[in-house]
Ligand binder design. Structure first.
Ligand SMILES: [Zn+2]
Length: 118
C-alpha cells in the first residue's frame, strides 16, 4: 500500500522537524499529494491519524492538496488527464504516453507548537 508508506514517511519527517526545532508537537501540516500513483487522500488521512498516535504528530491538523497528473500522447500530441497507471490516448488510442507528474508527497507547510507558547 503506497498510502501507508507515504503516511509513515510524513510522520517520520514531522517527528524529525519537532526534534530539530525543539518544538513540543506538530500543530498542523499541509501536504500536496501527486505523482502517478493515484493516491487515495482519504486513506492517507486515516493512516496518518493512525501512525501519528503516540507521537508528537498526534492530533495535528492535516491539510491535503491533490495534484492532478498530466499526460501527453507522443503520437498525436493530445494532452489529457490520465486516470490509471497505464493510460491510452483518448483521441488516437496510442499507449505511447509521456506522463508529467509531481512528487508523490510534498510537504508545503509545517506549523509547530513551541514549548514557550504553553
Ligand atoms: Zn494520441
Amino acid at each position: 500500500m503506497h498510502e501507508s508508506q507515504l503516511a509513515r514517511k510524513l510522520v517520520a519527517t514531522l517527528e524529525a522537524a519537532v526534534k530539530e526545532r525543539s518544538a513540543k508537537s506538530v500543530k498542523s501540516v499541509k501536504v500536496r499529494l501527486g505523482g502517478v500513483h493515484w493516491i487515495d487522500s482519504e486513506a492517507f488521512r486515516e493512516l496518518f491519524a493512525l501512525f501519528s498516535q503516540g507521537t508528537t504528530c498526534e492530533g495535528a491538523e492535516l491539510f491535503v492538496e491533490e495534484a492532478q497528473p498530466k499526460a501527453k500522447c507522443l503520437q498525436c500530441g493530445t494532452n489529457f488527464v490520465p486516470h490509471d497507471h497505464d493510460p491510452a490516448c483518448p483521441r488516437c488510442g496510442s499507449s505511447e504516453i509521456e506522463i508529467d507528474a509531481e512528487p508523490d508527497l510534498q510537504i508545503l507547510e509545517i506549523s509547530l507548537l513551541m514549548p514557550s507558547l504553553q
